[in-house]
Design a protein around this ligand. Sequence first.
Ligand SMILES: Cc1cc2nc3c(=O)[nH]c(=O)nc-3n(C[C@H](O)[C@H](O)[C@H](O)COP(=O)(O)OP(=O)(O)OC[C@H]3O[C@@H](n4cnc5c(N)ncnc54)[C@H](O)[C@@H]3O)c2cc1C
Length: 394
Amino acid sequence: MTNDITDALNAPSEALGKWEAAAWQLGVNIAGPASGDVDEKARFPEESLAAFRAERFLSALLPVSVGGGGATLLEMVGAVRAVAAHCASSALVLAMHSIEIVNLNRHGTTDQLGDLSREIAANELLIANANSEAGLGGDVGRSICALDVTSTPWTLDKDALAISYGENADIIVATARRSAEASETDQAFVVVRAHDALMNPLSSWDTLGLRGTCSRGYALHATVHESLVFPVPFSVVANDGGGQARQLLLSAVWVGLAESAASRAHAYVRAAARKAIGTVPPGAYRLSEITADLHEIRALLVACTQRYEALDAIGDLQNAGLTIVLRNLKVTTSEAAVRIATSSLEVCGISGYQRNSPYSLDRLIRDSHGGLIMVSNDRYLRDNAQLLLARKSL
Ligand SMILES: Cc1cc2nc3c(=O)[nH]c(=O)nc-3n(C[C@H](O)[C@H](O)[C@H](O)COP(=O)(O)OP(=O)(O)OC[C@H]3O[C@@H](n4cnc5c(N)ncnc54)[C@H](O)[C@@H]3O)c2cc1C
C-alpha cells in the first residue's frame, strides 16, 4: 500500500501527502473560518481563492512541463476532500476548476490550448463552466444554443442554467452545437476569456446550501476565437476522462462534507465522555454507526480513483463498467453525506440544532442536500439502469 492510499483512507487531518496536507491547513486557517460568513451572505469565498492561488492549487494538476504542480488525480481528490471538511463551497470551486484542468490536459492538444495551460500555471487562472443550459436541466450531452460561425470572430449566445463563480473566473468553458445546422448532440467545447464574455444574470443565488458557489444562471454572450475551441467534440472530452474525473472530484466534496459532520458528532461524544468518566455516552453507539458509513465512502472514493488511474494508464477510460461504478460513487457519497449529517445532528441533539454552537450541523445539513441534485441522482440511476440492460456482468 502506498502512502497516497494510506493518506486517503485516513481522516484528512492525518494526511501525509503534500497536496492533501496543504489543503487541510488551508481549510483550518482560511476556508473554515470564513465559511460561516460565506454561507450567511451567499458570497464567493474570495479568501479561499486567494489561498488556492498562493499555494498553487489552480495549476496543481497541470504537468510540471507547463509549469504545473504535477499532482495526481488521487492527490487532488484528497485535497478537495480536505477543503470540503471545512467549507464545501470552497471545495466545489477547486473541484469544478480541476475538472476543467483535466479536460485541458487530456484534450487541449492544440498549440493555443497548450499556451493557455502555461498561462494558467503562470498566473493561477480560475476556470468556470457553462455547460448546463436552461431547458435541458442536467443533460449536458445536448445543447440548444449554437456557435454562430457566420460572423468573424465567432459568437455564442447561451442561456446557462448555472455558472458557478462565473463573475470571479478568468476563463469560462462552454458547450454549444457546432453550428446552427448541427444536431443537439453535435457539441463543440469552447474556451472563452472573461473579457470576451458578457453575462446578464437570469436568476439569483439565494439557495438552501452551497451558497458560496454563487451559481447563478446567466444569458451568456461571448466572442469565440476558433483557436480556443477544443479539437475534439465535447462528447469525446466528456466520455474520455472529463465525465469520469468530474464524478471523482465532486464525490470528494460529498465525502469531505461527511467527514466534517461526523467530526462534530465525534467531538460531542468525547466531550460527553469527559464529563462522565468511565461511562459510554448514549450517542457513542450511533457515532460508531456513522463511522462505518464514513469509512465505506472514504474507501470507495480511493478505490474508484485508483481504478480510474489504472484504466487511464492502459487507455481504457471509455469503459461502460467504470461509468456505472463512478455514477454509483456519486449517488452513494452524496446520499451518505446527507445521512451522516442528519445522524450527527441526532448525536449532538440540541447543540447540533443550534446555529451558533460549535457542534452546529446547520450549514452541513443544508450543503449536503446540494449533492443530491448536482447532477440529479435519479438521472444517474436511470442512465445506469439503461446501461445495465446491455451488460452481461455487474
Ligand atoms: C451548487 C450547484 C452548482 C452548479 N454549478 C454549475 C456550473 O458551474 N455549471 C453548470 O453548467 N451547471 C452547474 N450546476 C447545474 C447542475 O450541473 C445540473 O445541471 C443542475 O443542477 C440540474 O438542474 P435540474 O435539477 O433543474 O435538472 P434535472 O437534472 O433535469 O432534474 C430535474 C428533475 O427531473 C428529474 N429527472 C430529469 N431527468 C431525469 C432522468 N433522465 N431520469 C430520471 N429523473 C430525471 C430529476 O430527478 C429531478 O427531479 C450547478 C448546480 C448546483 C446545485
